[in-house]
Design a protein around this ligand. Structure first.
Ligand code: CIR
Length: 254
């Protein structure tokens, strides 16, 4: 059964980690309403939701993607690059334990799930302040026995690899080439974000549907022009916390 782990928006979201954006007020009620629409969109795509409660002590807990990598064979609990985010793992570990054998990244390795883009058996891993070379190597040694190939990818100017590139079809990626080294993806079709929408490269692919933020109409038109089926959700409130659509769920078959 298609399953999605999500987690509520913390009362403390105003104190979230920020790297590339200036801090602007976040309307918690609006963020929660948009998050509920996101969860509804996942249900409409056939997911059963495991909805974890928010923790008022963990400002970024809604961004569950960064805490784990869930594959068919195993799940890897990450060691997030921001120390403030490491206490998020306990609830995720408890939620995943019934579904997968759990592997762990150990100190000093750091890695955020937002830096991992899986395409088939290849794991592209963004090299960012949140994900170190040690983290990348540790992930490779945990997962190469399971048949996964890890490819480091240079990233600059955005928070995570998937801020700048995401999968929109089996053979296609949506990318901001200014932030992500496009040479890392030979053999894949690359669709560029509209130049006026540099933050529009994060989408969530499920089956043949691309879930996409409503805030980027030019890139949306481009995706539709490529013949892709796209469903939009509003996500601009959590975008103020540097979160996109992939960030807010862990998707797997259970
Ligand atoms: C952070 O900086 O960690 C959060 N404010 C945003 C995390 C977004 N997660 C993601 O892109 N996977």
């Amino acid at each position: 059964m298609k399953t999605a782990i999500t987690r509520g928006v913390s009362d403390a979201i105003a104190h979230c980690e920020l790297t590339h954006l200036d801090r602007t007020p976040i309307d918690v009620g609006r963020a929660r309403a948009q998050h509920a629409q996101y969860e509804g969109a996942l249900e409409a795509l056939g997911y059963r939701l495991i909805r974890l409660p928010a923790d008022p002590a963990l400002p970024d807990c809604v961004f569950v993607e960064d805490t784990a990598l869930v594959l068919d064979e195993v799940a890897v609990l990450t060691r997030p690059g921001a120390p403030s985010r490491r206490p998020e793992l306990a609830a995720i570990e408890a939620a995943l334990a019934p579904h997968r054998p759990l592997l762990r990244l150990e100190a000093p390795a750091i890695l955020d799930g937002g830096d991992v883009l899986r395409v088939g058996r290849t794991l592209y891993v963004g090299q960012t302040p949140r994900t170190s070379a040690e983290g990348t190597a540790a992930l490779a040694s945990l997962l190469s026995p399971h048949g996964y190939h890890v490819v480091p990818v240079a990233v600059s100017g955005c928070l995570h690899l998937k801020t700048g590139v995401s999968q929109v079809a089996a053979d296609a990626l949506l990318i901001n080439r200014g932030w992500v080294d496009a040479r890392a993806f030979p053999g894949l079709r690359l669709i560029d974000v509209d130049p006026a929408e540099p933050t529009g490269a994060n989408s969530l692919l499920s089956g043949d549907t691309v879930l996409y933020p409503a805030a980027y109409p030019r890139t949306l038109a481009c995706l539709e022009g490529e013949g892709l089926r796209v469903a939009t959700v509003p996500a601009d409130e959590l975008a103020k916390a540097e979160g996109g659509l992939t960030c807010c769920s862990l998707l797997f078959d259970a």
